[in-house]
Write a protein that binds this ligand. Structure first.
Ligand code: RB5
Length: 147
């Protein structure tokens, strides 16, 4: 299960990505927004991030205009590793090295084909573990220090 959310700046891309994910056979939960009205991206970032850490979805995708606000918001939730990516190499590394459980995209930055390529690269990659797990453990320790 993948949960996907956006604000108004990411709505068009979210709709395209849901079609892409469905074509690829993934089960998708749409966390909104579902209208063109201006909304606040932290509300949707929180919903997706909390669902992922609670185990209600294996991973999440968030989209706002640039992806910046969504990544800042989602990364406030302990246990979330949200990665804002703009090219295929970053998308692959986000999984292989960072084990990102949320992928963040900019709806005003990417065209639909590029966004599908990024999501595909992330989903089709595997976390390498090893030294990368040790680094993630340090991030978890950092979260604990400030929680
Ligand atoms: C909304 O206009 C815009 O600020 C938002 O989509 C996002 O880009 C914030 O980081």
């Amino acid at each position: 299960m993948i949960i996907i959310g956006s604000d108004h700046g990411g709505l068009t891309l979210k709709t395209a990505l849901i079609s892409y994910l469905n074509r690829r056979g993934f089960e998708v939960t749409d966390a909104g927004t579902n209208g063109g009205a201006s909304v606040d991206y932290p509300d949707f970032g929180q919903k997706v991030a909390e669902t992922v850490v609670a185990g209600g979805a294996e991973s999440g995708i968030l989209i706002c205009g640039t992806g910046i606000g969504m990544s800042i918001a989602a990364n406030k939730v302990p246990g979330i590793r949200a990665a804002l990516v703009t090219d295929v190499f970053m998308a692959r590394m986000a999984k292989e090295h960072n084990n990102a459980n949320v992928l963040v995209l900019g709806g005003r930055v990417l065209d639909e084909q590029k966004a599908c390529d990024l999501v595909g690269a992330w989903l089709d990659s595997t976390f390498e573990g090893g030294r990368h797990q040790a680094r993630l453990d340090k991030i978890t320790a950092l979260e604990s220090k400030y929680s």
